[in-house]
Design a protein around this ligand. Structure first.
Ligand code: PLP
Length: 385
């Protein structure tokens, strides 16, 4: 009997995919996976068709086409307050996931340790594991998403090489404040750590919360890999386009890594997303306004049915504590809700190193069109769970 490699031994289908498959079987509403069904802006679609028609179909430079990197540099300077040279400090990547894979392979050795805030985005943890990097976790307090500095210091060892920040955060909706980022930066400096920031939800913040890029503060840019992408802001999760900015020597290595893994990002779609940077500012405000309506509806419904939760500050996910609803655990909660309300959610264990910590938690994603979210909430209430 042939066996796959040791490092794939613990890989299992994620709870998120499993929830989607079960949901599709019964024709339910999928609030499990982070999928948005909103339209892609028309100008970007037109440019995609034009790029394919014009046969822009060969490999691009592995770093991505220069015109797009220049647009990204302008956006980073204007929106994120990050200065990055488009030639040496920016890569277009195969989604922000591609950027994370290249970053992890470039920065860390097998046996190194990297810190994740918990609850975490499962891909971060699993990609680190696949690279034989050990993960230690720092809890975010469920009531207000705060963390204790001593919990970070406690997990730092001689092998700690990095820390991951996901802001706004999937799965809990935390937006890291300037003070928190400064605190993390100080620790990163003291212990000479790399910082990888996943900022893919940077445009989705709610009133009272502002997205701040870690690399825009102090001199943190010299140790920071800033990752973002087009998937969430322009509703194109299947286009697989993201980007990364960082110190030139690291970016040069990451380019070599991504060349080996996937050669280059999808060429015609790189040409198309240049048009994203022509979109007027009110696009982003309208997007935030729409997500705010959905967030508030989901918060109210979940509270009405007896869940406890902290109100998301950004992104389009919410974690709900279902302790009061009488389920044995998170898996039973998600499967009962799917069966009775025909709404898919994700069992909380997907977001914790120790599954027991997610025992009373489910995560919902409210990225779908408003009428679907409203229907899902009606079904949740009517199911009298
Ligand atoms: N990072 C976070 C925090 C996410 O939630 C997701 C998708 O759900 C991704 C990255 C994936 O992004 P991309 O489609 O750019 O690979």
């Amino acid at each position: 009997m042939l066996k796959p490699s040791e490092k794939t031994k613990d890989l299992k289908q994620s709870g998120i995919r499993a929830a989607s498959i079960e949901c599709a079987k019964i024709g339910g509403i999928n609030l499990g996976q982070g999928v948005c069904d909103l339209p892609i802006p028309e100008n970007i679609k037109r440019e995609a068709a034009a790029a394919i028609e014009a046969n822009k179909s060969l490999y691009s430079p592995c770093e991505g086409i220069l015109e797009l990197r220049q647009k990204i540099a302008n956006k980073l300077a204007g929106f994120n307050n990050i200065k990055a040279d488009p030639v040496t400090q920016i890569l277009v990547t195969h989604g922000s996931t591609g950027a994370f894979v290249s970053a992890v392979n470039t920065l860390f050795n097998p046996g190194d340790e990297v810190i994740l805030f918990e609850p975490f985005y499962g891909y971060h943890k699993n990609i680190l594991a696949l690279t034989n990097v050990n993960v230690s976790t720092v809890p975010l307090h469920p009531k207000d998403f705060s963390f204790d500095v001593k919990d970070i210091k406690k997990v730092i060892t001689a092998r700690t090489k990095g820390i991951i920040i996901c802001t706004p955060c999937n799965p809990c909706g935390k937006v890291f404040s300037k003070e928190e980022l400064l605190t993390i930066g100080k620790i990163a400096q003291e212990h000479n750590l790399y910082v990888i920031t996943d900022e893919i939800y940077e445009y989705i913040t709610y009133p009272g919360f502002e997205h701040i890029s870690f690399a825009s503060l102090e001199n943190f840019a010299e140790r920071t890999i800033t990752i973002s992408g087009f998937s969430k802001t322009y509703n194109m999760t299947g286009w697989r386009l993201g980007y990364v900015a960082g110190p030139a020597d690291i970016i040069a290595k990451m380019a070599l890594v991504q060349d080996l893994i996937y050669v280059c990002p999808v060429t015609p779609l790189q040409h198309a997303v240049i048009a994203a940077f022509d979109i007027a500012d009110d696009y982003y405000q309208k997007m935030r306004d729409k997500y705010l309506v959905k967030r508030d509806l989901v918060v109210k419904t979940l509270r009405d049915i007896g869940c406890e939760l902290a109100v998301p500050q950004g992104a389009y996910y919410i974690m709900a504590d279902v302790s009061q609803l009488g389920f044995a655990d998170d898996e039973q909660a998600a499967s009962t809700i799917l069966a009775k309300a025909k709404v898919a959610t994700v069992p909380g264990r997907a977001f914790y190193a120790d599954p027991a910590k997610g025992k009373n938690i489910i995560r919902l994603c409210y990225a779908l069109e408003e009428d679907k979210i409203a229907l899902a909430m009606q079904q949740l209430k009517a199911a009298k769970i």
